[in-house]
Design a protein around this ligand. Structure first.
Ligand code: SAH
Length: 454
């Protein structure tokens, strides 16, 4: 008998989905339950039945999983930001490791492999150096600001997100004081009316510099000079920027930025290198874990000073630049022109003159380099979630590097791509998950591949 809406069932949770919902089985059907944990015995209300699976919501925890802890954030059950505050960090790490193992087995078809223990974060909280808070209006005209509820665009008021540094809470407090005086009209996504879309804050973990950016559906906002003045009481405040975004879109930032106070960027240090960060430039949001990830990638690359290193999907160049002093030549490839501009500036800022950056599709650039007989000794790939093109994988294999280091943000596409590399003779030698985003469902993995021994 299939499940119907509002049915109440008893369910044991035995696994987790990649998005962090618990999974149980009822009459051969999978039932997904958010905020549940492996080992939970639950009474569940069915909220979404379908032919192949059902989605349920916890009515009662009959017997809690041994992994459960009390969430240390009041917003946790409303907010869509964190997935794993109801289980211990150890349990969260185990879930993430298992996700990588499952993907390698089920999607990659690998049976004999070992993965190294996940690289844990020293802190589960305060690790983000960037916040983009949507601004809205309550029914009685008050500014609401914080995070979207899970799978929705309903804003949950939250000034003290556990993932952000304490200085962001101070910025938000000043911003609210200013907003209560100037009463800016918040943007409404449905009507495309209103002005203020997002409060966007960035922070240099090492330099302690703070940048505040207002994203607005227009070019001017009344009272910004006073906001800048008020923000000067926040330690480290360096710049206030207006970003203009008049598009009817989910994309947070528009293309135009104007500094109303300061230079329009802040600096930070990553792997001993200096980076300038503007509102539009990409920078790792958890720099402490990024350093661990990059140093792992570097140890896998095992550089001796004479290598040509190809860094594909290089973003603003950080991975390759962090290794530039240990190689002969660096070639970085990235599709977004602005990121490439940033990468060139970043190289210059650090006196690195053995780097070349190409703005192109990774597969096309690799093909071109291969045709020009460029023979990198080491190739690093760090693609977005969809992974690498098959054509790119073939070109990389043809270039015959000694080592390939794959940095992945999605275990499923990683597993698929590792299988494709394996068919072409490159076998995974080291596989290490890295927890870049504690409390969320994301997991990164660094893999070293080299040619199979004959
Ligand atoms: N390696 C960088 C960024 C990795 S994020 C770092 O560690 O900071 C993945 C990057 O791939 C993004 O910057 C994205 O713009 C870029 N990208 C996406 N599709 C691409 C393609 N087809 N070719 C080249 N780069 C691409």
């Amino acid at each position: 008998m299939s499940l119907k809406k509002n049915d109440i069932i008893e369910l044991n949770i035995h696994g987790m989905t990649s998005e962090g919902s618990g999974v149980g089985r009822f009459n051969q059907q999978a039932v997904f339950v958010t905020n549940s944990a492996v080992g939970d015995q639950l009474r569940v209300r069915i909220i979404k039945p379908s032919k192949r699976y059902a989605v349920g919501k916890i009515e009662e925890i009959i017997t809690p999983s041994k992994d459960r802890v009390t969430p240390d954030c009041e917003c946790f059950y409303q907010c869509g930001g964190c997935t794993y505050r109801h289980i211990s960090y150890q349990a969260e790490l185990a879930v993430k490791e298992q996700r990588v193992v499952d993907a390698l087995q089920r999607i990659g078809g690998f049976d004999k492999f070992t993965i190294n223990p996940i690289v844990a974060s020293d802190t589960r909280n305060c690790y983000r150096n960037k916040a983009q808070l949507p601004v809205g209006m309550s029914k009685d005209g008050e500014i609401i600001m914080g995070f979207y509820a899970y799978h929705s665009h309903r804003i949950i008021n939250c000034d003290e997100c556990k993932l952000q540094p304490a200085v962001f809470t101070r910025v938000i407090k000043v911003f609210r004081q200013w907003a209560s005086k100037y009463k800016p009209v918040a943007y409404n996504e449905e009507t495309h009316k209103g002005l203020l879309r997002h409060l966007y804050i960035r922070y240099g973990e090492v330099t302690k510099e703070v940048m505040v950016c207002l994203v607005i559906n227009g070019s001017k906002i009344h009272g910004v000079e006073e906001l800048a003045e008020m923000l000067r009481q926040v330690e480290g405040f360096k710049s206030l920027v207006i970003n203009e975004n008049r598009d009817k879109t989910n994309v947070i930032l528009g293309e135009n930025c104007k500094a109303v106070y300061g230079s329009g960027y802040i600096a930070d240090i990553l792997c001993g290198l200096k980076f300038n960060i503007s509102p539009l430039s990409f920078f790792q949001v958890n720099p402490a874990q990024a350093e661990k990830l990059y140093s792992l990638a570097k140890s896998y690359a095992d550089l001796h000073g004479d290598e040509v290193l190809l860094d594909l999907y290089c973003g603003t160049g950080t991975i390759g630049l962090s290794m530039a002093d240990s190689i002969e030549k660096l070639i970085g490839v990235e599709i977004i022109p602005q990121a490439i501009e940033n990468a060139k500036v970043n190289a210059k800022l650090n006196g690195i003159d053995n780097a070349r950056f190409i703005c192109a599709d990774a597969a096309q650039a690799a093909k071109q380099l291969s045709e020009e007989n460029t023979t990198p000794n080491v190739i690093i790939v760090d693609p977005p979630r969809k992974g690498c093109d098959q054509q790119l994988i073939e070109t990389i294999a043809k270039m015959n590097p000694n080592k390939i280091v794959y940095v992945s943000c999605d275990p499923a596409t990683l597993a698929r791509d590792l299988q494709a590399f394996s068919q072409l003779g490159y076998k995974p030698k080291q596989i290490t998950p890295v927890d870049m985003f504690p409390c969320t469902s994301h997991v990164e993995t660094v893999v070293l591949m080299s040619r199979k021994e004959k």
